[in-house]
Design a protein around this ligand. Sequence first.
Ligand code: 3PG
Length: 311
Amino acid sequence: KARTVLLATEKAFAADAVAKIQAAFDESKYTMKKLENYKSKDELLAAVADVDAMIIRSDIVDAAVLEKAAKLKIVVRAGAGYDNIDLKACEAKSITAMNTPGQNANAVAELVFGMMLTSARNNYDGTSGFELVGRSIAFYGYGAVARAVGKLAAGFGMVLYAYDPYIPKDAIKKMGAEPVDTVADLFKHQYVSLHVPLTPETKESINKELLLKMPKGGTLINTARMEVVHEGQMLEVLKERPDFCYLCDVGFKAQEEAKAIVGDKYMKRVIFTKKKMGAQTIEANNNAGIAAANQIVGFFEKGETKFSLKA
Ligand code: 3PG
C-alpha cells in the first residue's frame, strides 16, 4: 500500500541526509512530504492532515497535532529524547511512537568536548588554561550519550564516575565508569555531565544545593534538556561562585542575565550554543534520519515495533 510520510523538522537536517531519507522512502515507493524550517504551528497542523507517518526532531507533537492527523499511524522522533511527544495522546489514538536511541550520541559527545576545551583554554584568549588529563567527570545517566562522552573522556585520560538508577552498578563498571550511590555524590567531581531525560523526577532537579557541593572549578555540562536545571538557582550559583562554569547546549531562558554575571568570561564560565547543536552533524542527521525512515517502513511492511515508546 502506498504510504505518505511527513518529514517535519523545525530545525532542518543537512540536505544530504534529507536526500538519503528520500531515497529510503523511494525504494519502498512511499511519498515523502517535507516541512522544514517551519515557523508556526499552523503550518504543522496543516501538513499532518493527510499523512500516514511522521518523522520529527524536537518538534512538538501534542493532542492538537494528533487531532488534525486523521490518518497518522506512527510518529518517529529522529533522536533520543521524546519529551516533545504526548505519548498518552498517541496511545489514546492508537498511534505508535518511536525514537532512534544512540543514533546521534557521538555527535553530542564531540560537542561536549568542544565546550570543555573552549572553557578550559579560556576561549583561546592567550591566557594560561588547564588540561583535562587526570581530572574527574561524573555522568548523571549512563545511556548511549553518556557512554560516548565517557569513551572520549577515557581517551583524554580523565577519571569517570556515573549514577544511573536504571543500570546495575556492575554493568556501569564494565562500561568504564565507577558507579556512585546518589546524585549528590556526582557533585564531588569537577565535571558533571547531564544525560537524563526530562521527566517529572528530573525537572529542575539540578539545584543550588547540589551545585554548591562542586569542588573548585566545578563545571556543569548540559546537553540533556534545559528544564533539568533550575535556572533561577543556576543564576545564584554563577553569582556566588566565581569559579563555577555552566556549559549548555540546550537553551537557557535567562541567557542575557547569565552573560552579564560572568562578563568577559563568557565562553569560559558560561557557554550557550545557538539553537541546540549537539545532534546537528551530517553523520547524526544521516544516522537518525535513515533509522527513522527504516523504522517506518519496517512498521508498515513487517509490523516491526522495536523502539516503540510507552506512555
Ligand atoms: C535528542 O534528544 O536526540 C537530542 O536532543 C537532539 O534533538 P534535535 O533533533 O532537536 O537536535
